[in-house]
Design a protein around this ligand. Structure first.
Ligand code: AGP
Length: 608
C-alpha cells in the first residue's frame, strides 16, 4: 500500500525522501512523487512507474533544492496508475500539497461539493479532495483548518501536508492508517514505517487516530483529538538498518526464509522457563479461562492460515470450541461475541484494515482480544487488550515467511499457556510438548540446510500451469499456506484442498502430469492420506509428498518425497511449511518473477 515519508531539517531533503521511499518500496507501489518547499514555493515532481524514474529525473534528488518536503509511493485505488494520479496532489492555487495513504469514502460527495464551489479536479483520485478541502477551509491557521477538514472526511488516512505559508514546518495526521514520527537531532521525519527513517534516527513516536503533528526542525508538537498539545512517549527501535537490508541475499524473501530458525528462537526461547510457558504481557487466569465459552481466531491471508492451524491446536490443547474466521468476513457477519468470548487476532503488520475493524468489532461486542503481532506500536498491538509479539524482526518481502512461522509459534505458546492454566495436560505431556516447541528452531535449521532437494523439485515443476496442495487436519492448514506462497510470487494457479474434499468436485481438474503437493505428516490420518494420494495418482497426478523422516511407506506411493524431522504431532506445520516456502521461492526465482514485490500485491493492506 502507499508509503509516506516527510522530512524537515538542515539537509537537502530530496535525497532523503527518495532513500526513504526506496525503503518503503516493499509495501508495493505503482508511482511515486515528492513535494518540496523551495524558496517559499511548492515544487512537485511525480511520475508513474518505478522510483528510478524519479531518481533519474532529479539526479537522485540532488537537483531539487529545499530542506522541507513530503513524498509518496502510490498503490492505486481510485484511478489508474498515471503521472497525474500520482501523489503529491496540490490545491487549486498551489498553496497546499498533500500525500495520503488510505481511502476517503465520501470523496464523491466532497468532490461534487468542491466542484460546485469552483474547484477543478486534475486527477481521478480521492486524495485530491483533501488538498482542495484544506484550501477551501483555510483561515490562516493550518492546525485549526485541519480539524475542520477532518470532521468532513469519512474514511482512513495518513496524511502529510505542506503549505507555502509555513516555510519552517509541515503537518501530518492519521486516522486508521499507520504513521510514525521520527525524532532526530535538528531534523524530524514522518513515515509509514520505521525502515524509511532508521538510517537517520531510532527514536520514534506512534501517532494515534485523530492526532495532528506539526513538525519543525527542532521540535514536534502533537495535538490530540480535543486540540490540546500532548506529550507522546518516544520509543527506541531495537533493530538496525542492516536488519531491513538484504545483507548479500538476492531477495528479501530468501533472507527471511533463512532467518526463520533465529526468529523462532527469539520468539520461543525467552518464553520457556522451567518447562513452563511464561507470557509476560498476558494474564489469563484459570478463573477467566474457565468462563470462556468460545474462542475466535481472526486474521487475513497467511495470518488466517496460522489461525486454521491454531483452531486444531487450541481445540486439542484447551478443549474450547474455536472458530477461525477471515477478518473481512467476521467484521460484517454479526458474530456472536459476548464477555465470555476470547478473540485471538493475528497480524504481522498490525495495520491490516480488515483485521483492525474485526478487532474493534469484537471489542465493541464485549469480547477480550489477544493479538499476535510483529510490529511494535502498531494499531492492533496498541488497541488489543493484550499482545503477544512475534519477535521476527522486520519482514520486508510481500510474501510472509518468518512472520508466519513465528505467528504459528505464538499460537503454540498461547495454546500451551492456556492448557497450563486449565490443567489440561499431564506433566509428561506438557514436558514433551514444551521440549518439542523448544527444538523447533534447530529442526527448521536442518530443513534449510537440505534446501537443494527443494530446488531440484522447483526446477522440475516450474512450468506447471496448475498445482494442487492437499492435506488433512494440520497438514491441510499448512497446505493452504504452501499454495498461497506459490501462487502469490510465481503466478502459477494453485489451490489447497482438504484431501478428503477433493473427490467432491476438484478432482476433475487433475489430469496427466498435474503436480499435487501432499504434506502427510499426520500419523492418525496417514492411511487416509495415502488413499487420497492413490486417488489423484490414478488420475494421472504426479505427487510430491512431504513427510516425517523415517516414514518409508510414503516413498512407495508418492513420486517424490521431501522429508522433515519428526516432531510432536501438533507442531508439524512449523516444519512442513519450510519446504513449501522454499518451493514457491525457487519456482518464482527460476521463472524470473519479481519475488519481493509480486504484481498487484502490497505488504501491508491498509485499505479495505
Ligand atoms: C502472505 O504472504 C501475504 N503477505 C498476506 O496474505 C498477509 O499475510 C496478509 O495480508 C495479512 O497481513 P498482516 O499479517 O500484516 O495482517
Amino acid at each position: 500500500m502507499c508509503g509516506i515519508v516527510g522530512y524537515i531539517g538542515k539537509r537537502q531533503c530530496a535525497p532523503i525522501l527518495l532513500d526513504g521511499l526506496g525503503r518503503l518500496a516493499y509495501r508495493g507501489y505503482d508511482s511515486a512523487g515528492m513535494a518540496v518547499l523551495t524558496e517559499g514555493k511548492i515544487q512537485v515532481i511525480k511520475a508513474k512507474g518505478r522510483l528510478s524514474v524519479l531518481e533519474e529525473r532529479t539526479k537522485n534528488g540532488t537537483t531539487v533544492e529545499g530542506s522541507i518536503g513530503i513524498a509518496h509511493t502510490r498503490w492505486a485505488t481510485h484511478g489508474e496508475p498515471s503521472d497525474v494520479n500520482s501523489h503529491p496532489h496540490i490545491s487549486q492555487s498551489g498553496k497546499f500539497a498533500v500525500v495520503h495513504n488510505g481511502i476517503i469514502e465520501n470523496y464523491r460527495k466532497l468532490r461534487t461539493f468542491l466542484t460546485e464551489k469552483g474547484f477543478t479536479f486534475m486527477s481521478e483520485t480521492d486524495t485530491e479532495v483533501f488538498a482542495h478541502l484544506i484550501e477551501y477551509y483555510y483561515n490562516g491557521n493550518l492546525v485549526e483548518t485541519m480539524w475542520k477538514v477532518m470532521r468532513k472526511i469519512e474514511g482512513s488516512y495518513a496524511l502529510g501536508v505542506l503549505c507555502d505559508d509555513y516555510p519552517d514546518s509541515f503537518l501530518a495526521v492519521r486516522k486508521d492508517s499507520p504513521l510514525i514520527v521520527g525524532i532526530g537531532e535538528g531534523e524530524n521525519f514522518i513515515a509509514s514505517d520505521v525502515p524509511a527513517i532508521l538510517k537517520y534516527t531510532k527514536k520514534v513516536c506512534y501517532l494515534e487516530d485523530n492526532e495532528i503533528v506539526v513538525l519543525k526542525k527542532d521540535n514536534v508538537t502533537v495535538y490530540n483529538a480535543d486540540g490540546e498539545t500532548i506529550d507522546k512517549e518516544i520509543c527506541t527501535i531495537n533493530w538496525d538498518v542492516a536488519s531491513a537490508e538484504k545483507g548479500g541475499y538476492e531477495h528479501f524473501m530468501f533472507k527471511e526464509i533463512m532467518e526463520q530458525s533465529k526468529a523462532l528462537q527469539d520468539t520461543i526461547h525467552p518464553r520457556i522457563k522451567d518447562g513452563e510457558i511464561v507470557l509476560d504481557n498476558i494474564v489469563l487466569t484459570s478463573e477467566y479461562l474457565n468462563s470462556v465459552d468460545k474462542i475466535f481466531i481472526v486474521a487475513c491471508g497467511s495470518a488466517y492460515h496460522v489461525g486454521v492451524a491454531g483452531k486444531y491446536v487450541i481445540e486439542s490443547l484447551v478443549g474450547k470450541p474455536t472458530e477461525v474466521d477471515l477478518a473481512s468476513e467476521f467484521r460484517y457477519r454479526n458474530p456472536i461475541v459476548t464477555d465470555r468470548t476470547l478473540i485471538i487476532i493475528i497480524s504481522q503488520s498490525g495495520e491490516t484494515a480488515d483485521t483492525i475493524a474485526a478487532m474493534r468489532e469484537a471489542k465493541r461486542l464485549g469480547g477480550r482480544v489477544i493479538s499476535i503481532v510483529n510490529v511494535v506500536g502498531s494499531t492492533i498491538a496498541k488497541e488489543s487488550d493484550e499482545v503477544l509479539y512475534t519477535w521476527a524482526g522486520p519482514e520486508i518481502a510481500v510474501a510472509t515467511t518468518k512472520a508466519y512461522s513465528t505467528q504459528l509459534a505464538c499460537m503454540y505458546l498461547l495454546g500451551i499457556y492456556m492448557s497450563q492454566k486449565l490443567g489440561k495436560l499431564s506433566d509428561a505431556e506438557q514436558k514433551a510438548l514444551v521440549a518439542a516447541v523448544k527444538a523447533l528452531p534447530e529442526a527448521v535449521e536442518k530443513i534449510l540446510s537440505c534446501r537443494e532437494n527443494v530446488q531440484f523439485m522447483a526446477s522440475r515443476f516450474y512450468n506447471s500451469k496448475n498445482i494442487f496442495f492437499i492435506g488433512r487436519n494440520l497438514d491441510y492448514a499448512v497446505a493452504l499456506e504452501g499454495s498461497l506462497k506459490l501462487k502469490e510470487i510465481s503466478y502459477i494457479h494453485s489451490e489447497a484442498y482438504a484431501a478428503g474434499e477433493l473427490k467432491h468436485g476438484t478432482i476433475s481438474l487433475i489430469e496427466d502430469g498435474t503436480l499435487v503437493v501432499a504434506p502427510a505428516t499426520g500419523e492418525r490420518l496417514f492411511d487416509k492420506m495415502l488413499s487420497n494420494i492413490r486417488e489423484v495418482k490414478a488420475r494421472g497426478a504426479v505427487v510430491m509428498a512431504i513427510a516425517a523422516e523415517g516414514n518409508t511407506a510414503i516413498a512407495e506411493e508418492a513420486d517424490y518425497c521431501l522429508y522433515v524431522p519428526k516432531t510432536h504431532p501438533l507442531l508439524t506445520p512449523s516444519l512442513t511449511v519450510i519446504p513449501m516456502q522454499l518451493f514457491g521461492y525457487y519456482v518464482a526465482s527460476i521463472k524470473g518473477c519479481d519475488i519481493d514485490k509480486p504484481r498487484n500485491l502490497a505488504k501491508s493492506v491498509t485499505v479495505e
